[in-house]
Write a protein that binds this ligand. Structure first.
Ligand code: HEM
Length: 200
């Protein structure tokens, strides 16, 4: 929502795209999943920018990494700015997600900017090994389909029933210091207040 309300042209485009999926109190989820490329691309791009939190792991065998001994049983936090020497410790499917989502080799010169058409212009990006909003390997998020359906339903209900504008606040800053297994938390006091006006 924060990205949408800061780009009214994009908001209207997605509003028009999802409208046919909402009839009274029912939502056509299949339509949202299969016939709303703008919505899908926006959600993909938002996940790229916001799934940047730390991952936690337990050391199952004592081992030495970069001259440091990691003792069996200890817990480690794979943080946003992990030193490359720790990369060998974790499988390629579990590299720190922020590093992958912001690396210029895949995402171009301005990886920290939202590009609503990025995944439309290059559909193969959603299968890129540098794109891991749901993690990977044996800890792949089991809630990913529910999460996508919930986001689609939430956005289509809001956008079909209301015109949305900013009431107060700037673009919310995140709090990367707080671990979270998914989307990075919004920092305290950074909530964006919206003004919803019923559509006729
Ligand atoms: C936008 C929403 C979500 C995002 C971005 C997200 C992302 C992730 C990521 C990146 C991981 C891997 C963490 C790691 O490797 O340490 C993960 C794991 C997990 N997620 Fe999600 N998730 C979301 C929603 C959900 C929902 C709705 C559920 C449950 C209904 C869920 C349940 C889980 C569980 C149980 C795990 C741990 C899997 C395991 O370790 O075997 N997630 N999620």
């Amino acid at each position: 929502m924060a990205y949408l309300v800061h780009d009214q042209e994009l908001l209207v485009r997605i509003q028009l795209e999802v409208l046919p999926a909402v009839r009274g109190d029912s939502i056509d989820e299949k339509y949202l999943l299969e016939r709303c490329p703008q919505l899908e691309a926006l959600v993909n791009e938002t996940l790229r920018l916001t799934v940047t939190s730390s991952l936690a792991r337990v050391v199952t065998e004592t081992c030495v990494v970069g001259g440091k001994t990691l003792q069996k049983g200890n817990k480690i936090m794979v943080s946003c700015l992990v030193p490359p020497l720790f990369y060998s410790l974790i499988s390629s499917s579990q590299l720190p997600i922020r590093e992958l989502h912001y690396e210029q080799g895949t995402w171009g010169p301005t990886p920290d900017t939202l590009s609503a058409n990025r995944f439309i212009d290059n559909p193969r990006l959603s299968k890129s090994p540098s794109y891991r909003p749901w993690g990977g390997g044996h800890t792949l998020c089991p809630g990913r389909n529910l999460a996508r359906r919930s986001v689609n339903a939430f956005l289509s209900i809001i956008l079909s029933r209301f015109d949305v504008a900013i009431e107060s606040g700037t673009f919310p800053q995140n709090d990367g210091a707080r671990p979270s297994p998914g989307v990075v938390p919004v920092a305290q006091g950074q909530d964006l207040q919206l003004c919803l006006t019923p559509r006729h």
